[in-house]
Structure formats: structure tokens, C-alpha cells
Design a protein. Structure first.
Length: 252
């Protein structure tokens, strides 16, 4: 598989830089993580899904955030400076391997379903990284973060799914609004005629404007993910309703 200027040799477990014929032998964690990300290329894969049975020890190995950060840095070094942007760790969500480095150049969102510009995309990523740094620098361990709001819901057709919502650290002033909006989202989701997703992970930025949603489901072909990012012009703007849920393919 081609990744930037590198060829991913799945059989030899190597990354080959075709511009200078350099080879990197991947260790077990690097190989497994890259294989999973390559299979779901273009989609965010939650860190908790980047777990796998060790070859000989017979137990599930869960990668910590620190380990994932190091793995992503290793891959960025392997890919080289022009292609560092092909892989990214997204705070409170997971990791993603892009198909290319090009970012859509359209204007800033003026509705919840448009694509942000490159400049605003970079700004959002920088804000996310900075917020993530302050959040995790205050954690006593590297375990997974507990959702600030979580609940199961059943649709009229009998589908069972889960909602996990994460509030940004330092946004205590919006906590009441966060709970209210989470309950409203839960109410709207429970009205979906068709729900193809097993779980929805929602992360809200400190400015209460940027919302990231990771959709996850498992079927006979394995795990599937979709990623949605919304930027609201007004923090009080209501986004979640039946029309919007259908437009972004959360509701069938």
C-alpha cells in the first residue's frame, strides 16, 4: 500500500521510503496500528479500538494515549516532512490515516454540513492539541477518559445504541448547557426510524462552538467508523434535529 512517499509492505512489515530507498522495520505495535488505520483509511479510529491480542501472551493490549502519541510521531518521521500530515492523533477521539495531505479549500462553515477552509482546519487542530495537552497534563494516569454524559437509547424500530459525550476541561461555565444539549441530542436520536450505528462519541471544544462526532458500528465485515466535525457560528445554535441527523447519515 502506498502512503505518501512510502510503500507499506504488509508481508515484510516494513515501510520503504521510495525517494531514498530507506527501509524501516516496524515493531509489533507499529505494524498492528498501521494495519488497522490503513484498513479504515480516511476515518477516525478510536484509541480503544486500536487494541489487539498479543501474538504469544494471549491477552488484549490496550494502547495508552502516551503510547499512541509516540507511535504517531514515529510514523510522521517515517513518512517525512512533506507527508507528516497523512497521520494525525485527534484529541479525545483517536487516530486517522488520510489518503492524501490535501485539505479542502472551501470557505468556513455557514451551515453544519459544509467543509471548513484549510486555515480554519489548522486552527481547530492547533486548538485541539493545546486543549489536549492541558487536559492530559493534569491526569494522574494515562487511562481512558470517562464520558461526562453517557446513556443508552432505543429507537422506535428497536435498535439499541449508546451516546458518549465529552465536555472540554475548563468549560465549567457551560456545564448546565452541556447536559441540557446532551439530553436534547439523546431525545432526538431516540426518534430515529433507522439507527445503523452502535455508538456515537461526541466531543465539544472549550469555546462551545466546535463539535466532533465519531460514529462506530460492527457488522460481519468488522468495525466501521465515520467522522463528523461541526463549527457553529453561534454557541447557542441548535444543531441536532431530525432533518440534520438524516442529512449527515446518523439517522437512516
Amino acid at each position: 500500500m502506498q502512503i505518501g512517499c512510502c510503500w507499506f509492505d504488509d508481508e515484510q512489515k516494513e515501510l520503504i521510503n521510495q525517494s531514498n530507498a530507506t527501509k524501516w522495520q516496524l515493531n509489533y505495535n507499529e505494524y498492528k496500528v498501521l494495519s488497522i488505520l490503513a484498513k479504515h483509511r480516511g476515518h477516525v479510529v478510536p484509541i480503544e479500538s486500536l487494541s489487539f491480542p498479543e501474538e504469544h501472551d494471549g491477552y488484549l493490549h490496550s494502547l495508552s494515549l502516551t503510547e499512541m502519541e509516540q507511535l504517531v510521531e514515529n510514523f510522521q518521521d517515517y513518512f517525512g516532512e512533506p507527508h507528516r500530515g497523512l497521520i494525525e492523533l485527534i484529541a479525545d477521539q483517536g487516530a486517522i490515516l488520510y489518503s492524501n495531505v490535501v485539505v479542502n479549500r472551501t470557505s468556513l462553515l455557514d451551515s453544519p454540513t459544509k467543509v471548513i477552509s484549510k486555515a480554519h482546519y489548522i486552527l481547530v487542530i492547533l486548538m485541539t492539541i493545546i486543549a489536549s495537552y492541558f487536559v492530559h497534563s493534569n491526569l494522574k494516569d494515562s487511562g481512558f477518559r470517562v464520558p461526562d454524559f453517557s446513556a443508552e437509547f432505543i429507537t422506535p424500530a428497536g435498535s439499541l445504541a449508546k451516546l458518549y459525550a465529552y465536555e472540554s476541561e475548563g468549560s465549567e461555565d457551560y456545564h448546565g448547557d452541556f447536559i441540557s444539549r446532551s439530553e436534547n441530542a439523546l431525545s432526538e436520536l431516540s426518534k430515529c426510524d433507522v439507527m445503523d450505528w452502535d455508538s456515537l462519541l461526541v466531543s465539544i471544544a472549550r469555546d462551545n462552538r466546535t463539535i466532533s462526532v465519531v460514529l462506530k458500528k460492527r457488522d460481519q465485515d468488522g468495525l466501521h467508523f465515520e467522522n463528523i466535525r461541526v463549527i457553529k457560528e453561534d454557541p447557542q445554535m441548535t444543531v441536532v434535529n431530525q432533518d440534520w441527523l438524516k442529512e449527515v447519515n446518523i439517522c437512516g
